[in-house]
Design a protein. Structure first.
Length: 263
């Protein structure tokens, strides 16, 4: 089974590229983040023509997550149980489903904005709610993973220059501690291989020629439980999809599993 996660930075703007990528990559299940559309605007029909069904949690211009699968889509749960509100609203940042016997979450963790901003506290509270929500599945016997844009670089080497991020979000001790607490619930970081250079960055800002200069970050992550991690045969960042006109500022992370779900 081939599973991928991709922050598309607007599924409407990226749709032709996304459909072509799904077809060429042979992806069975795609976890999507930052759809930037309502559920009514989501391209169910176009995906169905390629043999995919979809479940979406999206309400408007910002945020939005989805699961796209050609191997089944069962027991869908939209939202994060116990998750915090922001501005009086629980934002559409999580969706989970069982696809081909594997339980998967697609998540878009809050950005945090600035350390002094109330969005930063919201981010840390959201992480705590996510840890509590996935703990039972993480410890269970079936393959399980949380995939998505976590907006945290786990280690210093996951950013092109850690000094450039001094005092900024995405690398603070509190954010990394929140990510480690999630891992400690029974998950491990499935680190992909890069297709170019020596570090598997997944995000490059549109500004300042960050992509051609490889000034990137690894913030799109795959956290799987033991049955999931043991089934991983390969994992890589599809850096090619970040190239060219109309690309997202993120690249897909692809994971290949060798599963024996009847064992």
């Amino acid at each position: 089974m081939r599973i991928a996660t991709f922050n598309v930075n607007s599924i409407t703007a990226r749709l032709p590229r996304l459909l072509a990528w799904l077809e060429s990559s042979g992806t069975d299940v795609l976890c999507v983040q930052e759809t930037k559309c309502t559920a009514e605007q989501f391209p169910f029909d176009e995906l169905r023509e390629l043999g995919y069904e979809a479940a979406v949690n999206a309400t408007g211009r910002w945020n939005g997550v989805a699961l796209v699968s050609r191997v089944g889509l069962e027991d869908v749960v939209a939202g994060l149980s116990g998750g915090p509100d922001y501005g009086g609203v629980q934002e559409p940042r999580a969706i989970s489903a069982t696809c081909g016997g594997v339980r998967l979450w697609s998540v878009y963790v809050p950005n945090g904005r600035e350390v002094e901003h109330d969005h930063y506290g919201y981010k840390l509270n959201w992480f705590r709610a996510l840890r509590d929500a996935v703990a039972e599945d993480a410890a269970g016997p079936r393959p399980f993973a949380v995939l998505g844009d976590f907006n945290v670089a786990p280690r210093d080497e996951d950013v092109y220059d850690v000094a450039a991020f001094a005092g900024l979000t995405h690398v603070t001790p509190a954010e990394r501690a929140a990510l480690e607490a999630l891992r400690a619930a029974g998950l491990s970081d499935v680190v992909p291989r890069p297709l170019k250079y020596d570090r598997p960055y997944t995000y490059w800002d549109y500004r300042q020629l960050c992509f051609p200069k490889n000034r990137g970050m690894r913030i799109d992550l795959v956290y799987g439980n033991e049955p999931f991690a043991k089934a991983v045969k390969d994992a890589y960042v599809d850096r090619e999809e970040r190239k060219g006109k109309g690309a997202s500022d993120h690249a897909p992370v692809v994971v290949d599993l060798d599963l024996d779900l009847d064992a």
